[in-house]
Design a protein around this ligand. Sequence first.
Ligand code: NAD
Length: 198
Amino acid sequence: MKILVTGGAGYIGSHTVLQLIAAGHQVVVVDDFSNAKASVAGRLEELSGTSIPIHSFDVADLDKLNDLFDAEDFDAVVHFAGYKAVGESVANPLDYYGNNIGATISLLQAMDRHEVRHLVFSSSATVYGADPIVPMTEGLPTSATNPYGWTKVMIEQVLRDLAVAQPDNRIALLRYFNPVGAHPRDRSARTPQPCQTT
Ligand SMILES: NC(=O)c1ccc[n+]([C@@H]2O[C@H](COP(=O)([O-])OP(=O)(O)OC[C@H]3O[C@@H](n4cnc5c(N)ncnc54)[C@H](O)[C@@H]3O)[C@@H](O)[C@H]2O)c1
């Protein structure tokens, strides 16, 4: 498959890029490098032993996204691009709502226009709110305690609405909190950059 990875220069995205390539997929990355080092690009190519197209722009830029979707015939998208620092989101909520939701809406519009129907969204276990019932199951109600978490709750709702309106879509919401490498299949994962989780 040819897969677009948004935020593919970031912490989880960069590991995912390597795993996708190792599994035989073609990968294209879009990242605005707002929270990634330029050196990640070379490091990814070094570790994967292959050339990886990495486009440096804001996923909210619909014109650039449409140009990219015109040029590439994507089968699926894995969407990591977004801000993720809880404290920062409390101090700068508009930045978080604007970036996380704006980038997602543009991405969904470009996918829809180009009839790309497969999406994996990097949500978060923060959607279980302040006092989660354990064990956490998918059917539990969602809420949040900070703007970052609310962006995940809101984006999940947008994606559920889209799935109702367009049943051909195949959308997965991953609500994880495990570090990269925690899954047995990832134990041999190599680290392309230091963890930038804040
Ligand atoms: N790290 C975790 O433990 C964790 C847990 C749950 C969910 N998540 C989610 O997974 C995703 C990736 O997390 P991460 O830890 O790899 O974060 P990260 O900051 O390392 O990676 C995000 C990447 O997206 C890029 N980016 C941000 N906004 C962008 C935009 N508008 N356009 C293009 N690129 C943009 C950044 O430059 C960065 O490279 C985030 O959405 C985060 O909320 C992370």
